[in-house]
Design a protein around this ligand. Structure first.
Ligand code: PGA
Length: 243
C-alpha cells in the first residue's frame, strides 16, 4: 500500500521572516495524519524551518543538489550537506532546472544516483512540453526521461524514489492536466518502471504536479494510480496549502 504524499515546492520565494512565520503557522494547523507532508524550501532556510517544524510530522526537503560530495563547485550544495543536516528529501530534475539551468538527463541521473548513495529520497521530475504533447510525443518523451534518470538505479533503491509527473505546460500556468490525463500518464510511467523492475514498480510513489490547487487536488488524489501531488504556487499560501 503506497502512502499518499503532498509535497510543497516553495521555489525561490519568501524572505527569512516570511518563511519562519509560514512554518510556525503551519505547525498550528491540524493536518491529515494519513498523508505524508514534505516542504521543499530554499537551502538557506532549511535548517531553521526544520527546527520550527520539528515537533510535527512535516518533513523537510530541498529543491536541488549537486552530485559531488564536496569540492570547488561554487554556489552548489552537496548530498553530504543535505544528509548531515538530516533533510530526507531533494527535488531532482525539475523542469525549471532542466530549462533555465540547462540540466540534462545525464546530470539528473548522476544526481539521482548520488542522492540514493546518501540515503536521501530523490523526487525525480519528468514531463513534456506543450509542443511535444500537441504532436503526440508526450509518452515517448516521458519514457526517455524516466529511463535516463533511473539508469543504473538498482531494484533495491527503486522504492526509495518518488517520481513527479509534471507536464511543463501545466506548471505555474493555471492550466492543469485533467485528472484522467494525469492518471493515464502515471499508469504509463508505472508500466515503464515495471518493464525494467517488475513488480517492485508497484511500490514506487508517483505524484502529479502542475497548477494543483485546493480546488482540483481531490479529483487528482482520488485517482487510483496517483499517489500525491507536488504543489508550487498553491503551497505558498497557508490556507491553500493546508486545504
Ligand atoms: P505549480 O508548480 O503548482 O505552481 O504549477 C508545480 C511545480 O513546479 O512543482
Amino acid at each position: 500500500m503506497r502512502k499518499s504524499i503532498v509535497i510543497g515546492n516553495w521555489k525561490m520565494n519568501k524572505t527569512y521572516d516570511e518563511a519562519k512565520r509560514f512554518a510556525s503557522d503551519l505547525c498550528d494547523l491540524e493536518l491529515d495524519k494519513d498523508i505524508d507532508k514534505v516542504i521543499c524550501v530554499p537551502h538557506i532556510f532549511a535548517l531553521e524551518i526544520k527546527s520550527i517544524v520539528s515537533n510535527t510530522d512535516i518533513m523537510m526537503g530541498v529543491q536541488n543538489m549537486y552530485f559531488k560530495d564536496k569540492g570547488a563547485f561554487t554556489g552548489e550544495i552537496s548530498p553530504s550537506m543535505i544528509k548531515s543536516s538530516q533533510i530526507p528529501y531533494v527535488i531532482i530534475g525539475h523542469s525549471e532546472r532542466r530549462e533555465i539551468f540547462k540540466e540534462d538527463d545525464t546530470m539528473i541521473n548522476k544526481k539521482v544516483i548520488s542522492a540514493l548513495e546518501y540515503d536521501i529520497t530523490p523526487i525525480v521530475c519528468c514531463g513534456e512540453t506543450y509542443e511535444q504533447r500537441t504532436i503526440g510525443k508526450e509518452k515517448e518523451v516521458v519514457c526517455e526521461q524516466i529511463k535516463k534518470a533511473l539508469n543504473n538505479v538498482s531494484i533495491n533503491d527503486l522504492e526509495k524514489i518518488i517520481i513527479a509527473y509534471e507536464p511543463i505546460w501545466a506548471i505555474g500556468t493555471g492550466l492543469t492536466a485533467s485528472s484522467d490525463e494525469a492518471e493515464n500518464m502515471i499508469c504509463f510511467i508505472r508500466n515503464v518502471l515495471s518493464e525494467i523492475y517488475g513488480d517492485s514498480s508497484d511500490n514506487v510513489r508517483i505524484v502529479y504536479g502542475g497548477s494543483v490547487t485546493a480546488y482540483n487536488v481531490k479529483d487528482i488524489m482520488y485517482k487510483e494510480n496517483i499517489d500525491g501531488v507536488l504543489v508550487g504556487g498553491a503551497c505558498l499560501d497557508l490556507s491553500s496549502f493546508s486545504d
